[in-house]
Design a protein around this ligand. Structure first.
Ligand SMILES: Cc1cc2nc3c(=O)[nH]c(=O)nc-3n(C[C@H](O)[C@H](O)[C@H](O)COP(=O)(O)OP(=O)(O)OC[C@H]3O[C@@H](n4cnc5c(N)ncnc54)[C@H](O)[C@@H]3O)c2cc1C
Length: 566
């Protein structure tokens, strides 16, 4: 056909020249992955929620899954990220205001998260499945937009630390746990609900917070619960519009933890001043800032000189949330990649029918399911801290999982992006956002090496943690020869502790793998467990995704992971 002729289906009513502008039909493009139920379309999640004790939450999770998958909710994530937060030092009359302005979409996302108790439910309704249900909800919500989950996590995680100072907890806890959002830049005394941040990192040291130079001067009496004024700086403070922050500073008795509100009780502005916002490559919807404390009023939390052990209670929970967030990032990447390849054809066949793409997709899905299984197992351990095995397991498996799952995410996001081809690189696709978000969880809340060192610290202080870890992993013994060999070798390698810091990454990598293998063998689809053992526990040398061996039931794995939309 002549290129200038109208399409055969184009009406020829004498206006042919108008139709010459109709250059082509849009074909071979997938429908948008929207208006679907993130929970109902996630078999691995549904199974894990039941397995780990949160079956009762299933109806609620179904409702929340529909909300998270609604096109309007997904759109909030795009809007919150394409409109960066803007910092205003002063109002137009010259008053210092230290105000960060967010796009309304950010506030809408915060509202959804807080109204659904993502910051509160295991504290307000503890018991069977509470952490598991909350983790599942967080997993769904952060697939929509991860950055605003930072203040949600910090607010949630602050509770165990604040409870170390009961009179402060009495004053703050109810407002922290209220399922409401009040973003106004007004004194917390005027609010029925508040959010909490944390300020530890300084220029000279983030991992090594003992190097903090911020000083705390007593206003009157000294010690736990007493008022101090803080002078110094903080190099990273995320979500600076939080109503109060847990801050580390040196008092006379050493590095201590303080609760510092943004306003003083008399309604004046507490003198902590935001210097500027960080210019971040990812995590864009969330503001992070540099701050100076110029005599900011704060109250000591917990024992004087025990600031790190006090705030570590909060950090332990934020580390757990990093695992949920990175698992969620992987799940959304798999959903996007499998959805695209289900609809897209090349060389005469659907991409998800092409053997080489099947290998890549299935491998990505295995990684994602392994991360989820591990994360929700730790959630169950958090629900059962009164049981010694669960306490020991959570202590050791949290740094292991935080290290491993967060570190596996960037390459996973990149591979999923490649499955989508060129359109996966475009900003109107969620993949660039997932990719840019992916390194952050590995770096903050204790970077990779710090997690490995924390694993060693746990082993040294409580050697029983390793027994609990291996006891749990060994529950899959006998289910797969490759698993048994891998486990035995790892156990043997812990017999030699020479050089252990140098070898820590290798050991922690393998701890994560053995636990993931154990969980998948015991609980997942046999095709997923088999693929995991073949590719992660018995390596044939390939390092990239797409290295599942022949004989893997890739089609079954892909089917299990693919959301059916359109
Ligand atoms: C987006 C974003 C938001 C943040 N928000 C906050 C916040 O709200 N509040 C807050 O307090 N902080 C925040 N941080 C800071 C973050 O927690 C720190 O960046 C992190 O703890 C690392 O500290 P650092 O940057 O000083 O690096 P360093 O401590 O200098 O570490 C650099 C590298 O050295 C490694 N390392 C350190 N010690 C050892 C060792 N002994 N052996 C081997 N390797 C080691 C680390 O793992 C890391 O890879 C944020 C960071 C980012 C990126």
């Amino acid at each position: 056909m002549n290129a200038l002729q109208p399409h055969s289906e184009t009406p020829t009513n004498g206006q042919e020249d108008r139709y010459l502008a109709s250059t082509h039909d849009v074909v071979n493009q997938p429908p948008a992955l929207a208006n679907y139920n993130l929970f109902e379309q996630d078999t691995a999640l549904q199974e894990a929620v039941i397995r780990e004790g949160a079956e009762a939450a299933t109806p609620e999770l179904k409702q929340f899954g529909a909300l998270a998958g609604a096109a309007a909710t997904i759109d909030l994530g795009f809007k919150a990220n394409s409109n960066k937060p803007v910092f205003q030092t002063h109002d137009r009359f010259g008053h210092r205001i230290d105000e960060v302005e967010f796009h309304p979409a950010y506030h809408d996302l915060m509202t959804i998260a807080l109204e659904h108790g993502l910051h509160s439910s295991p504290w307000t309704n503890p018991g069977k499945g509470a952490h598991v249900a909350r983790a599942a909800k967080y997993y769904l919500h952060s697939q929509v937009e991860a950055a605003h989950c930072c203040p949600i996590t910090m607010t949630f995680a602050a509770i165990p630390s604040i409870r170390k100072q009961p009179e402060l907890a009495r004053d703050w806890e109810q407002r922290i746990l209220a399922n409401r959002y009040d973003p106004r830049n007004v004194p917390d005394g005027q609010k029925a609900c508040v959010t909490i941040g944390m300020a530890m990192t300084e220029k000279q040291g983030g991992s090594d917070v003992r190097a903090n130079s911020t000083k705390a001067f007593p206003v009157g009496a000294e010690g736990p619960g007493q008022a101090y004024e803080l002078v110094g700086h903080k190099w990273f403070v995320s979500a600076p519009m939080c109503d109060a922050f847990l801050v580390l500073a040196h008092s006379r008795g050493g590095l201590s933890c303080f609760l510092m509100p943004r306003w003083r009780p008399d309604g004046s502005k507490n003198p902590w001043q935001i210097q500027r916002l960080k210019n971040k490559m990812g995590n864009v919807a969330n503001a992070s800032s540099e701050v100076e404390l110029r005599g900011a009023l704060a109250w000591m939390v917990g024992e004087e000189g025990r600031g790190v052990p006090t705030i570590i209670e909060m950090v332990a929970m934020t580390r757990f949330d990093c695992m949920i967030g990175s698992s969620a990032g992987m799940r959304q990447a798999v959903a996007q990649a499998t959805h695209h390849c289900r609809h897209r054809s090349a060389f005469g066949n659907r991409l998800n029918q092409q053997p080489l793409m099947q290998n890549v997709l299935a491998d990505l899905a295995v990684e994602s399911e392994a991360a989820l299984a591990y994360t929700l197992r730790i959630a169950r351990a958090l629900d059962n801290q009164d049981q010694e095995h669960e306490r020991l397991l959570a202590r050791l498996a949290t740094p292991v999982g935080k290290y491993w799952i967060c570190k596996r995410t960037p390459n996973h996001a990149y591979e999923a992006m490649e499955c989508i081809g060129g359109s996966g690189v475009m900003e109107d696709c969620i993949m660039p956002r997932l990719f840019r978000e992916s390194p952050v969880n590995a770096i903050w809340e204790g970077s990779g090496n710090v997690q490995c060192l924390d694993t060693l610290r746990a082993l040294q202080k409580e050697p029983e943690t390793l027994d609990a870890f291996f006891r749990e992993a060994s529950e899959a013994k006998g289910a797969d020869r490759r698993f048994d060999l891998f486990l035995a070798q790892l156990q043997q390698d812990f017999g030699d502790i020479s050089d252990i810091q140098y070898r820590a990454r290798n050991l922690v990598d393998r701890m994560a793998l053995v636990m993931q293998g154990s969980l998948l063998l015991r609980h997942s689809d046999p095709a997923v467990a088999d693929a995991f053992c073949a590719s992660r526990l018995q390596s044939a040398g390939g390092m990239n995704y797409g290295n599942l061996p022949s004989g893997t039931d890739a089609a079954a794995i892909i089917k299990r992971a693919t959301p059916v939309v359109g």
